[in-house]
Design a protein around this ligand. Structure first.
Ligand SMILES: *[C@@H]1O[C@H](CO)[C@@H](O)[C@H](O)[C@H]1NC(C)=O
Ligand SMILES: *[C@@H]1O[C@H](CO)[C@@H](O)[C@H](O)[C@H]1NC(C)=O
Length: 337
């Protein structure tokens, strides 16, 4: 139980305040459609989305004010230029491979921020495989395959381009991120999840399926577990994905399968940890009484583990950066191509 609480706590703190700007761009060669895709996101809020031959994207409502319009102009110019870089990259690379049919070149970049600059990264892939990346620490391009050497040299030989990139990844990205965070404050306001339990008998089985449905929350990161009376995490659980509700909030369901024999003897709890709530939300399922007791457990839960909390606080940064690697690894941003 203690270990469980610790995990939840770390999860809680990490996700509360790391912010990222992500950009993903793709260009295709051949007959495939579309030729260009670009998007720019601050956390999970879409800022700019372009798909070739479509309309030029229009400014998001939350950016439609004088300072925002100025930033939007910069974003548009930058992404416009990036299309040229991407088109060139896919053309040169497919020539290098003697490829003539449909091929795709992708660029991903990102930067992370939490009170101060944390890190930034950028990499390119050709046909879904690592091709080159830009090492922000050493300011050099790194070829992932021998065929990418020519591209590394081409980019490094262009001193102006290299300086533009260095500036983008050291300062530009964080500058945009800070401004976009400020302007999108209203969009990113935390929303508390609603938690309901739905009971259903499984056809062809004596088990009872109890679904913990968690909806209407923002941001996306959430932890939903089924616990037994002793507070142990249960594994007879099928887990859904976090899905967008379409109104900027998210939902997720986790279904516990209760064997017939355990039905009358156990109490089960669905526990939800989300940054909008201090502590966690717990909804209890008591099968023999067939009604649910929602209760919000506040900070008091943690008093018993305050020493651990302190240790964790000290270790927080390293734990957080580790915990954050996974989800961010493939959502990247390419500020300069
Ligand atoms: C931005 O605001 C102006 C006036 O305030 C309005 O006319 C325009 O339609 C808005 N644009 C978008 C994309 O919402
Ligand atoms: C592409 O074709 C040229 C000329 O035919 C050849 O020299 C080269 O090795 C080929 N490259 C690859 C990657 O196959």
């Amino acid at each position: 139980m203690l270990k469980h609480v610790m995990f939840l706590l770390v999860f809680h703190q990490c996700l509360a305040d790391v912010h990222s700007l992500h950009r993903r761009c793709a260009a295709t060669q051949g007959n495939s459609y579309p030729k260009n895709i670009q998007f720019l996101m601050v956390d999970d809020i879409m800022v700019y989305y372009y798909i070739s031959a479509g309309k030029e994207p229009s400014i998001p409502k939350w950016l439609n004010h004088s300072e925002g319009i100025f930033l939007w102009g910069e974003i548009r110019r930058n992404l416009n230029y990036n299309r040229f870089i991407m088109d060139t990259a896919v053309r040169l690379t497919s020539e290098r491979f003697n490829h003539s049919h449909d091929h795709i070149y992708q660029a991903h970049g990102r930067c992370d921020y939490k009170d101060e600059y944390i890190s930034s990264a950028m990499s390119h892939a050709y046909d879904g495989k690592d091709f080159v990346s830009f090492d922000v620490e050493s300011n050099t391009w790194v070829a992932a395959v021998p065929e990418a050497q020519f591209y590394k040299r081409k980019r490094e030989d262009n001193i102006e381009d290299l300086h533009r990139l260095i500036h983008s990844y050291k300062y530009g990205c964080i500058d945009w991120l800070k401004k976009l965070l400020l302007f999108s404050q209203e969009e990113r306001k935390e929303k508390v999840p609603d938690v309901v339990l739905i009971e259903k008998s499984s056809p062809g089985s004596s088990d009872t399926a109890v679904t913990c449905h968690v909806t209407g929350f923002y941001p996306r990161a959430v932890q939903v577990e089924w616990l037994n009376q002793e507070g142990h995490i249960l594994d007879r659980v099928s887990s859904g994905e976090v899905l967008p509700n379409g109104d900027g909030t998210y939902q997720i369901s986790r279904t516990l399968s209760v064997p017939d024999g355990a039905r009358w003897s156990q109490i089960y709890r669905c526990q939800v940890v989300h940054s909008s709530v201090t502590g966690h939300i717990t909804v209890e399922w008591e099968p023999n009484r067939s009604f649910f007791i929602p209760l919000i457990v506040g900070c008091s839960v943690f008093t018993g583990v305050s020493v651990l909390v302190l240790i964790l606080y000290i270790k927080k940064i390293s734990i957080c950066s580790f915990a954050y690697m996974g989800p961010l690894r493939n959502i990247n941003l390419n500020f300069g191509g």
